[in-house]
Ligand binder design. Structure first.
Ligand code: SAM
Ligand code: DTB
Ligand code: SF4
Length: 330
């Protein structure tokens, strides 16, 4: 794993620039995304990342998409933080099934000091297995990112979720600026930034473009960009939202790839509702990582065997770096 070092700013992307990409004919957009992808990554590879919910449910935040918010009746019960040995057992099992990266998620607004100590132990233990590590724990306070870095954390996931303009429709309990502040702490501590969003929440194309423009204009842009398609969960305010046109999701992957050429673009939540052809188009558009394993945090993900079959049919192979060249982040 190369150590993160700040890159020079490359290009400022406005929402208008990103919208122009979205408006290209589909084939032209995919062709451009493939060109960018192939000049930065070996194209027939995908990184397999497994997820574990180490602390489920009972979250005080009001994110309208989330089954783990205590405010919505979704059938997800609040649990305590998982013990270290269970986390390590899950990481070993994921690795044995072929995962190359392990992401641990907690339904917190922000971790308390004793939580952070426990998670730091988990990070060290998972890293010792030889897996790339990522955690997503909510907002970080002063000093917390440094403690995670010390424990050996590779990536911290904290999503912007959507554009600044649409954000108020989705979350009221933390601001966009709160998120940017946490991302700044992560960056300052020398941890790779994993930051993306969700589409299919009823936002407009301009708002999707606004999210990608925000991400691409971060200096430097995130090393890792998860693109989630909303998983609609009964009981959340977003259940019943008009689903996104599948091609619009593929376009979102393509514009993310073009605007952030060397980022890992992660085909994240929502694959359970996608057929194999759509997933193949997402890889064509530049996705080079996906969540692997039968569950996301609280919802289902495709079965491991189905994913193995899909990769075999496409002649794709698993690669820890998603096909990245050694110079990435150098
Ligand atoms: N509580 C922490 C936080 O919000 O920062 C970490 C866990 S949270 C579940 C991680 C991310 O999962 C969210 O930022 C959101 O982007 C994504 N997510 C949650 N529920 C989702 C859903 N129903 N569909 C798609 N993505 C979802
Ligand atoms: C991200 O962007 N997506 C993942 C991961 N980061 C933590 C989470 C998806 C959660 C989907 C809903 C659930 O399973 O609860
Ligand atoms: Fe809590 Fe994170 Fe879900 Fe928001 S997304 S309700 S902060 S677990």
């Amino acid at each position: 794993m190369p150590s993160p070092s700040p890159r020079q700013p490359e290009m400022a992307w406005s929402t208008q620039d990103i919208l122009k990409l979205y408006e290209l004919p589909f084939m032209d957009l995919l062709f451009r995304a493939q060109e960018v992808h192939r000049s930065n990554f070996e194209p027939n590879t995908v990184q397999l990342s497994s997820l574990l919910s180490i602390k489920t449910g009972g979250c005080p935040e009001d994110c309208a998409y989330c089954p783990q918010s205590a405010r919505y009746d979704t059938g997800v019960d609040a649990e305590k933080l998982m013990p270290l040995d269970e986390v390590v057992a899950a990481a070993r099992a994921a690795q044995a099934a072929g995962a190359q990266r392990f992401c641990m998620g907690a339904a917190w607004r922000s971790p308390k000091p004793h939580h952070l100590e426990a998670v730091a132990e988990m990070v060290s233990a998972v890293k010792a297995l030889g897996l790339e590590t990522c955690v997503t724990l909510g907002m970080l306070r002063e000093g917390q990112a440094e403690a995670l870095k010390q424990a050996g954390l590779d990536y911290y996931n904290h999503n912007l979720d959507t554009s600044p303009e649409f954000y108020g429709n989705i979350i009221s309990t933390r601001t966009y600026q709160d998120r940017l502040d946490t991302l700044e702490r992560v960056r300052e501590a020398g941890i790779h930034v994993c930051c993306g969003g969700i589409v299919g929440m009823g936002e407009s194309r301009r708002e999707r473009a606004g999210l990608i423009a925000q991400l691409a204009s971060m200096d430097p842009y995130p090393e890792s960009v998860p693109i989630n398609n909303l998983v609609q969960v009964e009981g959340t305010p977003l259940a019943g939202t008009e689903p996104l046109d599948p091609f619009e999701f593929v376009r979102t992957i393509a514009v993310a790839r073009i605007a952030m050429p060397r980022a890992m673009v992660r085909l994240s939540a929502g694959r359970e509702a996608m057929d194999d052809s759509m997933q193949a188009l997402c890889f064509m558009a530049g996705a080079n990582s996906m969540f692997y394993g039968d569950a996301l945090l609280t919802t289902a993900n495709p079965q491991v065997e189905a994913d193995q079959r899909l990769l075999a049919r496409l002649g794709m192979r698993a690669d820890a770096g998603g096909g990245q060249s050694c110079e990435r982040n150098a």
